[in-house]
Design a protein around this ligand. Structure first.
Ligand SMILES: [Zn+2]
Length: 144
């Protein structure tokens, strides 16, 4: 796993001058979502995606995402590349075409469909585009 992380980080550092990623400290993926009270049945709770989120937490922990980022930052520094952590909030809800930000833009985990301009894409592609743009904005606002 660690070997894979080193190889992946090296590949990214060789191929890109600037790498942007979500700031995990802000994202705080490990925090369990708050239960939603069921309005018609006091004392009971609606499903809130906690199980799905727990699965995602597990996969992130299994992949050692924090370890990977540490390796990536070290390799990037020694190669003179830039790695920029950005605020992940709304990266998966904001339309890269028109800028409209809404929860309704994400009908499913995988799908992005802008309710304002009808732009459709895979949600991961949308998030990656927004993270990169945010990273480039930060870079220009705060040049090394
Ligand atoms: Zn749009």
């Amino acid at each position: 796993r660690l070997d894979h992380a080193h190889k992946t980080a090296l590949g990214l550092v060789r191929a890109h001058d600037v790498i942007a990623h979500e700031d995990l400290k802000i994202r705080n993926m490990s925090k369990a979502p708050a239960p939603k009270p069921a309005p018609d049945r006091p004392g009971t709770f609606l499903p809130n995606g906690a199980a799905a989120k727990a699965g995602l937490n597990k996969s992130i922990h299994d992949a050692g995402w924090g370890v990977f980022l540490t390796i990536l930052h070290a390799k990037a520094e020694s190669a003179g590349r830039e790695v920029i952590a950005v605020d992940p909030r709304n990266t998966s809800r904001t339309c890269p075409e028109c800028g409209h930000c809404a929860k309704a833009n994400r009908p499913t985990q995988e799908k992005f469909h802008c309710v304002a301009c009808d732009h459709t894409a895979h949600a991961d592609t949308v998030a990656a585009t927004n993270v990169l743009r945010a990273g480039l904005v930060r870079r220009h606002a705060n040049p090394a």
